[in-house]
Structure formats: C-alpha cells, structure tokens
Design a protein around this ligand. Structure first.
Ligand SMILES: [Ca+2]
Length: 300
C-alpha cells in the first residue's frame, strides 16, 4: 500500500503547478551553478522578466500548525525574444520567512514558470501587514502579507478554517499533515504537496481526524473533500464510508453518515447542534480500500 501512496506522490508532483504553468522546468537554486554551461541563452538580449503571483495579497494566520504555513503561487514570465537564464529574488519582511529566496531557471521566450511559496509566521509575530517582494532585474511585484489571528480570519462561514486538527495517525511522509484538511485549500492538485491528510494505517479502520472549533458553535453542515483527480478519481482512491460526528458537552455524537461514496466532495446536512469540535470517522476507502485521503473538511 505504500507503493500506491508513492505513486500518487509522484503524479501529484508533476501536476502541482497546474495548467497555466509550465511544469517541465526545474525550479531550484542549484540551477544557478550551471548557468555557465547553458547553451542557447544570450544573456545580453535579456528582455523583460515579469514576476507573477497567484493572488494580490496573502493572508497568513497566527499560531497555526507550522506544518501548514500560508502559501501562494509565484512565478515569472519571460518576454524576451530568445531563451534566457532567469532569476527572481524573493524577499519577505522579518520575522516572516519564505520557503525559498529565489526562483531561477533557463526560460524559453514566452514561458511562464511557477512555484509554490510557503510563508511562515513565527510565534509572537505582531499582527499587521508585512511586505513580500518578487524582484527580477527589471521589475518588482509587491504582495502584502496580512498577519491575523485565526479568530479574525475571514473564514467565509467555514468554522473549521485554520482551526487545530488532530488525527488518529500521521503518514511517515511529512507531505500529508493533518492540519492540511483545514488550510482552506480544497483542490486535489496539491496532493502530496502538503494539501491533504493521508493516514498511516493501511487497511486498518477506522481512522479519525478532528477539528476543534475554538469554542461552542452552532453547526448544521459538513463538507468533506477527498482525493479526486483525473488520474486518481475518488471512485478509485477516495473515501467511501464515513461518519460525521459533533462533540457536544464532551461527548461525540454521530450527526451524519455517508456510505458508498464515489464523489470528490460530499455535503452532509444535519439538525443544528452546538458543538466544540467535528470529527470524521473514516470507515473505508474505494478501490484498494487502503488509506484515508482527505483534502479538506469544512464546517458550517
Ligand atoms: Ca487542504
């Protein structure tokens, strides 16, 4: 079963950047050292190199699990007429830190390339706005980073967003952290890149993952997103059977049940209840019926 998980990881790494980006270009700082051996790149003809960000601002919550930092897609586009060796520097105001300080690559004309940037907020950081700058030789793109307490997040009504998550087990691969089921990203494209929980007990059930709501909240709906991509559809590797439980007065109550699911996401509505936490009790997955794979849990 670990083989299956590994195969999923490889595929996700290729598709992570999405259709708009060019996934064929390697994005590592090590490329810089090979610049002298590149052929076909005319450094003197370097045209405009435009920094790109996937959003015009980034919200970075305070005091969240370090395994699930704020993230944003960044990249650059070359408008040069010839291939060039391109470098973009990434700067962030302290005490925030970014997962990379530069993006560099051999870049054909008209190409865009992308990378995921993680922005960590150390404990004790003051809330407020911090600067993130993507800097090429010709242009700088500023993306404000707003550091806010979880209680003041604009959660769009999703009471689970960025709340503490606990799980029955955690995969040895750190790219499947439990906190990723409440990170606000419900897309399966980030699978194996820190955007979904994979438990560690193949073919052993049940598995559980719980989200604390930060106090008693009136809830009546839970949306669960399981792994569902074109290559790995939910009907083959997604979650099939589970119970939705609410913690009421210290006791877990089953408020909804899902059986025989083959879809990527399922909405469960139930009689309103005042709950401190929500728990998914996973009972079986599809296909090989091996692991629990949950991308996101939303509570309303
Ligand atoms: Ca997620």
């Amino acid at each position: 079963m670990r083989l299956l998980t590994a195969a999923l990881a490889v595929t996700a790494a290729v598709t992570l950047t999405g259709a708009a980006w060019n996934p064929g270009v390697t994005l590592t700082g090590a490329d810089r050292n090979s610049a002298g051996t590149l052929t076909g790149a005319d450094r003197n003809s370097a045209g405009t190199l435009t920094p790109i960000a996937g959003a015009d601002r980034l919200v970075a919550p305070l005091d969240v699990d370090p395994a699930c930092p704020a993230k944003i897609e960044i990249g650059m586009r070359s408008d040069a007429k010839k291939p060039q060796y391109a470098t973009m520097n990434v700067e962030v105001d302290p005490p925030l830190s970014a997962s990379r300080t530069m993006v560099s690559s051999y870049l054909p004309p008209g190409y865009e390339l992308g990378a995921k940037l993680l922005v960590a907020v150390p404990p004790g950081t003051k809330e407020g706005e911090y600067g993130l700058r993507l800097r090429t030789p010709s242009r700088t793109l500023s993306v404000p980073v707003e550091v806010v307490p979880v209680d003041r997040l604009d959660n769009g009504g999703n009471l689970a967003l960025r709340r503490p998550v606990t799980a029955s087990s955690q995969h040895t691969n750190a790219n499947y952290p439990p906190c990723s089921v409440a990170d606000g990203d419900r897309s399966s494209n980030g699978w194996a890149g820190g955007n979904g929980w994979n438990d560690a007990t193949g073919r052993a059930w049940p598995d559980t993952v719980a989200v604390a709501l930060g106090g008693t909240r009136q809830i009546s709906r839970v949306d669960l997103y399981t792994l569902d991509t074109e290559r790995y559809p939910a009907s083959a590797v997604g979650l099939r059977d589970w119970d939705v439980q609410a913690q009421v007065g210290g006791q877990w109550q089953t408020v909804a049940q899902v059986r025989g699911n083959t879809a990527g996401n399922v909405r469960s509505d139930f009689t309103p209840v005042g709950a401190d936490a929500v728990r998914i009790v996973a009972l079986a997955s599809n296909g090989a019926n091996d692991y629990t794979r949950i991308i996101e849990v939303e509570v309303r």
